[in-house]
Design a protein around this ligand. Structure first.
Ligand code: IMP
Ligand code: MG
Length: 190
């Protein structure tokens, strides 16, 4: 594992190593290939910025089927590590017609479930041919609304994690593994 010393010091424990991430992404890509090869229409990978950008890059390289990509940005976290609840679209998808698109929403983590529930409903209204979700991580114990992800990398406990795209206050996204942040890091700043 590559060490970035300064950032590594703020991580209490590695939860998913770089090697495990690679195995997970390989497995999910094979599941997606299997399922979408039977579907009519194009596969559109919709990356939810910013946290999913690393996962998206890895996943799109491992999927064998042709894909198109797009991006949306949804803000749900106010400050710190607690969600403010209401998702707001900060960057929208600019496609006039989604009727030929099997949209696969690519997300870093499903926590309360509000973001993905909201986006699924939004894309239904926009007329997507089909909508599914893939998340690298799932924290089922944190669910505030009913939501089940279609493809999931790893179920994790209720811990605040960083790395592999996930941030705390815009830091730690570049870590190549997923780790639990030391609580001192975020409690000191409040
Ligand atoms: P939800 O709408 O509560 O499911 O929140 C999903 C969003 O919260 C994710 O896209 C992340 O941006 C953020 N989030 C949830 N848990 C974590 C975490 O442990 N670390 C970093 N970001 C998180
Ligand atoms: Mg996110």
């Amino acid at each position: 594992m590559r060490s970035r010393s300064v950032l590594d010091n703020d991580v209490k424990e590695v939860l998913v190593s770089e090697e495990e991430i690679d195995e997970i992404v390989t497995r999910i890509a094979a599941e997606i290939d299997r399922d979408y090869s039977k579907m009519e229409g194009k596969l559109l990978l919709l990356c939810i910025l910013k946290g999913s950008v690393v996962f998206m890059g890895d996943l799109m390289k491992k999927i064998s089927l042709p894909v198109e990509i797009d991006f949306m940005k949804v803000s749900s976290y106010g400050h710190g590590t607690v969600s403010n609840g209401k998702p707001t679209i900060v960057l929208d998808l600019h496609r006039p017609d989604l009727s030929d698109c099997n949209v696969l929403i690519v997300e870093d983590v499903v926590d309360s479930g509000r973001t993905l529930k909201y986006l699924t409903e939004y894309l239904t209204i926009k007329g997507a041919r089909s909508i599914r979700t893939v998340t690298m991580l799932d924290k089922p114990s944190r669910r505030a609304v009913e939501f089940t992800t279609d493809y999931c990398g790893r179920v994790i406990p209720d811990e605040f994690v960083v790395g592999y795209g996930l941030d705390y206050a815009e830091k730690y996204r570049e870590l190549s593994y997923i780790g639990i942040l030391r609580p001192e890091v975020y409690t000191h700043k409040k």
